[in-house]
Design a protein around this ligand. Structure first.
Ligand SMILES: [Mg+2]
Length: 171
């Protein structure tokens, strides 16, 4: 059986983004409506998988353990609704990687592991580097928090994650 999945960027979609990274529960500010959005999507039968760049690890700013602790905190806030987290610790200033978005390796791994039905799955992100790999692997994508609509690879635009969730279940 194939699974339908909503892939989620993290920073700027689930939590408030900061240019200097988020790697502690104290700095992890979940955005309004996120838990409700997760609940709507889970009730509609979607698995939720986070796909996030965490290049602060490559830069030595924080560690893998910090990422695990922060993701455990997110799970505690949302009642463990997220099936899995994929994160890329790399940065091109240190090492090349096919996992760091806009490359698509994290998506490809998740699609293989969870036998994802791409035709009814989505990616939600706030940057072009989220929607570009989604399009490459055949997912429909939704750009949030993009009033100027500068995202070149999005199929749908939404105000925020809750709006995106409502759009998905009404399609
Ligand atoms: Mg983001």
């Amino acid at each position: 059986m194939k699974n339908k999945v909503v892939f989620l960027d993290r920073d700027g979609v689930i939590n408030k983004d900061y240019v200097d990274y988020v790697w502690t529960p104290e700095k992890f500010e979940i955005l309004p409506g996120v838990v409700e959005a997760f609940q709507i999507l889970k009730e509609a039968g979607y698995l939720l998988i986070v796909i996030t760049n965490q290049s602060g690890i490559a830069k030595g700013i924080y560690t893998h353990k910090d990422v695990f602790v922060t993701h455990d905190y997110l799970q505690s806030l949302c009642g463990n609704l997220i099936t899995e987290f994929y994160y890329s610790p790399y940065h091109e200033s240190k090492t090349a990687s096919l996992s760091r978005k806009p490359n698509s390796l994290m998506f490809e791994k998740a699609i293989a592991k969870y036998n994802v039905d791409i035709s009814c799955s989505f990616m939600i992100g706030d940057k072009d580097r989220d929607t570009k790999p989604a399009r490459k692997v055949g997912l429909k994508s939704i750009a949030v928090d993009d009033k100027e609509r500068v995202n070149r690879h999005a199929d749908i635009f939404a105000e925020n994650l809750l709006d995106a969730a409502k759009k998905i279940v009404s399609l």
